[in-house]
Design a protein around this ligand. Structure first.
Ligand SMILES: Nc1ncnc2c1ncn2[C@@H]1O[C@H](COP(=O)(O)OP(=O)(O)OP(=O)(O)O)[C@@H](O)[C@H]1O
Ligand SMILES: [Mg+2]
Length: 259
């Protein structure tokens, strides 16, 4: 299963990424989760005690030189287009509850035109993991839609759009849908997060016409408190666990139906 989690800033992408990764792990799958947000915090959300000590892949100069054949930051020169990346998860991932977590780091902006070696290495790694059928992949994307233009994630089984009850995150969801369509990606689902009432659910059902909502996660103090206490958000309530398990079932059914 290959998922990319996206949505407006602060809606709960990282929380949902962590929950999904744990749900896949609980099914006995081999799981890699990649923090693709330049403002990374997936490790923290998963309860890793020292996230600040983990260097993002784009800052691992020796690795970039080893894999790409040129020093990071070089432009215009020739570097490998198909570096061997299969060993990177085992060498560099942080193991959290059996989930291998990688931090991609701040991939410089520049749309599809940025072909520096560090960006290319991250792209090659994601592309490799997207076709590696032994590994489930969860990509915690940065807020907004710009990353979609790079197209690396075109082949995900599902783009998971997190929305909260409110117009702004819904507007972002539709921008995500349009951008995804531009790169030929129409497999998208949405998860409502921070739900406080039936009114919130009704609002999202009405506002999200055209994007399938597959689950609603309640607003839970426990999640906020976990963040403050630096504990794993995966210790959410049974209701949240059950909803996420159901979402995973839906995603798997969809994937099985794909030609
Ligand atoms: N269901 C929930 N109940 C309560 N608090 C939540 C819930 N989901 C997320 N939060 C809180 O909302 C904040 C944002 O969550 P999170 O970091 O997962 O969002 P994000 O979309 O990844 O944010 P960013 O765009 O900054 O990466 C965090 O403080 C988190 O603890
Ligand atoms: Mg996040």
């Amino acid at each position: 299963m290959k998922l990319a989690v996206t949505g407006k800033g602060g809606v709960g992408k990282t929380t949902v990424s962590s929950l999904l990764a744990h749900a896949f792990k609980a099914l006995g799958h081999s799981v890699v989760a990649i923090d693709c947000d330049p403002d990374s915090n997936l490790l923290a959300a998963m309860g890793y005690p020292h996230p600040e000590t983990v260097k993002p892949l784009v800052e691992l100069h020796a690795l970039i030189e080893e894999k790409m054949g040129v020093k990071p930051g070089s432009t215009g020169g020739m570097f490998r287009l198909n570096p061997f990346v299969a060993d990177i998860p085992d060498r560099y991932a942080i193991d959290i509850d059996g989930i291998r977590v990688l931090v991609a780091g701040a991939v410089k902006k520049g749309g599809s035109g940025c072909y520096c070696p560090e960006n290319s290495l991250v792209r090659a790694l994601i592309s490799h993991l997207l076709v590696d059928d032994k590994t489930d992949l969860v990509l915690d994307m940065e807020a907004g839609v710009e990353h979609l233009s790079r197209g690396t994630i075109r082949t995900v089984d599902s783009l998971v759009i997190v929305v909260e009850p409110g117009l702004r995150s819904v507007e972002t969801a539709f921008r995500v849908k349009d951008m995804a369509a531009d790169i030929g990606l129409t497999r998208l689902i949405a998860i409502g997060n921070k739900i406080r009432s039936d009114y919130d659910i009704d609002f999202l059902r009405g506002a999200m016409k055209g994007i399938e909502l597959v689950g609603f996660l309640p607003y839970e103090n426990r999640i906020r408190e976990a963040e403050i206490a630096r504990h794993s958000v995966a210790k959410a309530s049974d209701e949240i666990q059950a909803t996420i398990q159901n979402v995973v079932r839906i995603i798997e059914e969809r994937a099985a139906q794909r030609p």
